[in-house]
Ligand binder design. Structure first.
Ligand code: AMP
Length: 349
């Protein structure tokens, strides 16, 4: 093992896959999760569980690690900031704070001339009525929503669901007539030093990612714009590590940035098998200050997310040598929950 021990906050599938990549590079990991049953405990030798603001656990975590990263963006800023005073947290806590909130995130994108759909901050029902130019639209909680959670479709200003809890802040986004969704994953190592993956084409079902594939069927113009914007974002944020930009393409072939994930991303799981260096390994290399290795595609690939009961068939299936099954080893199967994934690489015969 190397001298570096990496602390990872969050114990889901991303934490598990980060830990696997770290171990491959001889880096120890300590995973800190608020769920004692989180799947990542199967993928690390050091697992700490309890509340993220538990002083004793924070101390224990800090004493064991040299550098800290995280697998999800909804960690309270003040906790990341506190950790960062003692051991480096990468990406920087301020980045997480900016991106955690859909409103400040969209403002950041627009300030950098990166197109998003039109949007407005919504504090009450009247704000929706005033912004009827954004209808049909999607109302999204500014914080803590993901995979369509905390989202309401608004078709008419007269038809506002009584389920909306206006003690929270929202943004109303103009609905984009989607032709396609793509994502770009980039790992930044420092000033103007990157490894960038080609755009990945994504298909969602019920607002949850279902399929990803490379190459994406998109024009050269969209490909360049999507990769340029991801590079601008990483540079403007002075980012270190892997990030993902999710994009929409509308039926007139306009590109819109939807959101930034300041972390490794589900659409990049196929890079484990398609590239010489995966998004996870690149993240570890960047945050631990290891060598940057030129990242190359070896195979085209497709990935299928196994959601809820989908996993059962795969647990008993046999696979060809171009097929790879990942079981997140979650303790129970739940509907609409990502349980594993399956990647097929296109090997030439
Ligand atoms: P999000 O939580 O923002 O990642 O949204 C989840 C999914 O909902 C996206 O991947 C899209 O499929 C869909 N979606 C979100 N926002 C919009 C929008 N403004 N217009 C059309 N579809 C959207």
């Amino acid at each position: 093992m190397s001298d570096i021990t990496l602390g990872i906050i969050g114990g889901g599938q991303l934490g598990s896959l980060l830990s696997v990549a770290a171990n491959k590079l001889n880096i120890n990991t300590v995973i800190f999760s608020d769920d004692k049953n989180s799947p990542a405990k199967n993928f690390t030798k050091n697992f700490i569980s309890g509340n993220y603001d538990d002083e004793k656990l924070i101390k224990e975590f800090l004493s064991k690690v040299n550098v800290i990263t995280y697998e999800f963006e909804n960690i309270p800023y003040k906790i990341l900031k506190k950790l960062n005073e003692i051991k480096p947290v990468l990406p920087k806590p301020e980045i997480n704070k900016l991106i955690q909130n859909r409103y400040t995130e969209k403002d950041f994108l627009n300030k950098n001339n990166i197109r998003t759909t039109r949007y407005s901050l919504i504090k009450d029902e009247d704000d929706i009525k005033i912004n009827d130019g954004l209808i049909p639209g999607l109302l999204k909680t500014c914080t803590l929503g993901y995979d369509g959670k905390g989202q309401f479709k608004i078709d008419k200003k007269e038809n506002i669901s009584s389920e909306i809890d206006f003690t929270k802040e929202y943004i109303l986004e103009k609905f984009v007539k989607l032709k396609k969704e793509i994502s770009v994953i980039i790992t930044r190592f420092g000033h103007q030093r990157y490894e960038i993956y080609e755009p990945i084409e994504n298909l969602h079902e019920d607002q949850i990612l279902k399929h990803s594939k490379i190459p994406a069927q998109i024009s050269e113009k969209i490909k360049n714009q999507a990769t340029n914007w991801a590079t601008i974002i990483a540079e403007e944020l002075d980012y270190v590590g892997t990030l993902c930009v999710e994009y929409f393409i509308d039926n007139k072939d306009n590109l819109y940035a939807n959101e930034i994930a300041p972390r490794v991303h589900n659409s990049g799981h196929l890079t484990i098998n398609s590239h010489n260096v995966s998004q996870f390994e690149n993240h570890i290399r960047a945050v631990c200050g290891l060598e940057k290795v030129e990242t190359k595609k070896i195979y085209n690939a497709r990935m299928l997310n196994l959601i809820g009961n989908d996993i059962e068939d795969y647990r008993v299936k046999s696979f060809k040598d171009n097929e790879f099954f990942f079981d997140y080893q979650k303790t129970e199967i739940r509907e609409k929950r990502k349980m594993g994934h399956f990647t097929i690489i296109e090997k030439e015969n």
